[in-house]
Design a protein around this ligand. Structure first.
Ligand SMILES: Cc1ncc(COP(=O)(O)O)c(C=O)c1O
Length: 391
């Protein structure tokens, strides 16, 4: 099909929930893509933080293919070796006792919300169900996770939203304390708010929230859907702030391109969700698990070090771009505020010129594959520099 045919078909049949860039991607090699007409693009998006090992990674593909040669799906009624291995490795590497596997970030957060509420119900009875999230957060698109999302514009159209969510201003300790009234079971936060503009939640605030949660037996949930799986240069971003949550959710990069979400928890919470209280047909699918094993096996110390080094290299180069106001984030999660240009217009121009780049609110955002080469970085940055210097 030509690009026009692809576009016409998609625009006719898909619900118009996405503002597509005018490109149909056909194939890729690490962080380089080609469109249906053979034009080349450097990828600073990784499919919004998903293709952690880039495209066409040999070991990842082989692991997934080997699983496909055995079986693609078992349901969660039966054990499967690949699923068991993936769960074990994820728990070990993340430092948690148990995990529930699902298909997306929103589902992982749904699991975390249910887990927190049931833990509290089991221990304290009814009425202690409130979840506190942060203003400007993003936790997903299901009704519960969109309710948890602390941005007003997501709270349009779909009323009534769920009861039992409160919003705290990031960094405001006094305001946080004022929200507490004995009905709270959990706090959910992103170590770095991704969709909110790549904004770090202050470390001292996270430490403070941890202390209060400990004192009041309120569970602390870190949503590491975007920051997890090596993105910030540590396997999980909680390691960068030195505060461990009770529940950690992750998704995006964990399957290396296959749908996978995970809700991890400590030993104390491990037996809270029992048969019948939570589940999913597809979650923990053996093929996705095979992909996640290949991803986690790759992420040793040297790999994570390379993520930090590439992040530093990009930041150093960006520092020389005069149109850039501020650079935020960690590792290969990078947010850029511009002085005069609009991020959306810059992203569109970059796309026309062979660079795929994201936005997050008014910032430009980079989430390249963690395997991106220095040559690909240089090529991508030269497109960005050109676009930013155009008058
Ligand atoms: C921090 C965070 N949580 C949750 C989600 C939702 O994940 P998904 O789109 O896989 O449901 C996202 C997606 O961008 C995210 O960045």
């Amino acid at each position: 099909m030509t690009f026009e045919e692809i576009k016409q078909t998609a625009d006719t049949c898909l619900m118009p929930t996405y503002a597509h860039f005018p490109v149909a991607l056909a194939r890729g090699e690490n962080a380089t893509y080609w469109d249906a007409e053979g034009r080349e693009y450097i990828d600073f998006t990784a499919g919004i933080g998903v293709n952690s090992l880039g495209t066409n990674d040999e070991a990842w593909k082989n692991a997934v293919k080997a699983q496909l040669d055995c079986l693609q799906h078992t349901s969660n009624l039966y054990y499967n070796e690949t699923v068991a291995k993936a769960a074990k490795l994820l728990c070990e590497r993340a430092g948690f006792a148990r995990v529930h596997l699902s298909n997306s970030g929103a589902e992982a957060n749904e699991c975390a919300i249910k887990l927190a509420r049931k833990y509290s119900f089991d221990k304290y009875g009814d009425g202690r169900y409130n979840i506190i999230s942060l203003v400007n957060s993003f936790h997903g698109r299901t009704i519960a996770t969109v309710t948890a999302t602390g941005q007003a514009h997501y709270h349009e159209f779909f009323t009534p939203f769920l009861d039992g969510f409160k919003y705290a201003e990031s960094g405001d300790r006094e305001g946080f304390l004022q929200l507490l009234d004995g009905t709270d079971c959990a706090v959910i936060l992103e170590v770095i708010q991704g969709e909110g503009g790549v904004l770090e939640t202050p470390r001292e605030y996270i430490e403070f929230v941890r202390r209060i949660c400990d004192a009041k037996d309120i569970l602390l949930i870190f949503d590491e859907v975007q920051t997890g799986v090596g993105r910030t240069g540590k396997l999980f971003a909680y390691e960068t702030v030195g505060v461990k949550p009770d529940i950690l959710t992750t998704a995006k990069g964990i399957g290396g391109g296959l749908p996978m979400g995970a809700c991890l928890c400590t030993e104390a919470l491990g037996n809270t969700l029992t048969p019948g209280t939570h589940g999913t047909t597809f979650g923990g699918n053996p093929v996705a698990c095979a992909g996640s094993l290949a991803v986690l096996e790759r992420m040793d110390d040297a790999f994570l070090q390379s993520v930090r080094e590439k992040g530093d290299y990009i930041r150093e180069k960006l520092n020389g771009f005069t149109e850039i106001q501020e650079i935020r984030g960690r590792g290969l999660m990078i947010g850029i505020d511009l002085k005069t240009k609009k991020a959306g217009e810059v992203a569109a121009k970059c796309c026309e010129n062979g660079l795929l780049i994201l936005t997050a609110k008014s910032a430009l955002r980079m989430l390249p594959p963690l395997t991106i080469t220095y040559e690909e970085i240089d090529k991508g940055l030269s497109v960005l520099e050109r676009v930013l210097s155009e008058s």
